[in-house]
Design a protein around this ligand. Structure first.
Ligand code: ITT
Length: 210
């Protein structure tokens, strides 16, 4: 029996680490873009996480014969009218980096009091196969933007994202603890449950074959 493969269609190593951990033991071989579609890149143009995640997932799934999972995610800050949102990765143009993006957030929030620094992370995952969307999954988590970066784990805006129930920024959490509460962890668990169900249905169909 051939092992079923799932393409994790993201160029972000932080996402790859977290999603791989969430899918451990799932019984699918998880492959990355560099392995099966080297050299391809997708440019995001959508206005919502869903639009971007769908377009990304379909772009790669049309070029490869198997399950494809892409996700679009980002940080929405209430006091900034939900910026950076879909441009989270590219916020500090023209040369964005995690550090510059974080500095820009702090600059824009200078003088904004603790009570008005509410934010949320959003993650939309889209599972597709051969150019067709199979299902979408969403996760989000609420927090506040800290006055200064804290912690060295994770990636992106994690050092600024303060999660009150654990009294830590996401960059102060272990990967496992972050995953239990994060937008990506939540979306990944829904995706995993769906894939497990789909795997069971597939096994039943196989057994029913004459
Ligand atoms: P792909 O499109 O290749 O997946 P990307 O990093 O460009 O990689 P996005 O367009 O979805 O992906 O941008 C997501 C950005 O949102 C990411 O680069 C971070 O800046 C931020 N972000 C998302 N999830 C995060 C998390 O768990 N912790 C910190 N920052 C996060």
């Amino acid at each position: 029996m051939t092992e079923r493969r799932l393409l994790l269609a993201t160029t972000n190593p932080g996402k790859v680490r977290e999603i791989r951990a969430s899918f451990k033991g799932l019984g699918l071989r998880i492959v990355g873009l560099a392995e099966v579609l080297p050299g391809l890149s997708f440019r995001e143009r959508g206005r919502t996480f869903l639009e971007n995640a769908r377009a990304k997932s379909l772009y790669y799934s049309r070029r490869w014969d198997g399950l494809t999972l892409a996700e679009d995610s980002g940080l929405e800050i209430e006091a900034l009218d939900r910026a950076p949102g879909v441009i989270s990765a590219r916020f500090a143009r023209p040369r964005p980096s995690d550090e510059r993006n974080n500095r820009k957030v702090l600059r824009l929030l200078a003088g904004v009091p603790a009570g008005r620094r509410r934010a949320r992370f959003v993650c939309v995952m889209v599972l597709s196969e051969r150019g067709r969307v199979i299902r979408t999954f969403r996760g989000e988590v609420r927090g506040t933007i800290a006055a200064e970066p804290r912690g060295t784990n994770g990636f992106g805006y994690d050092p600024l994202f303060f999660y009150a129930p654990l009294r830590r920024t996401f960059a102060e959490l272990s990967e496992a603890d972050k995953s239990r509460v994060s937008h990506r962890g939540r979306a990944a668990r829904k995706t995993r449950a769906f894939l497990e169900e789909k795997g069971r249905a597939r096994a039943v169909r196989r057994r029913a074959l004459p």
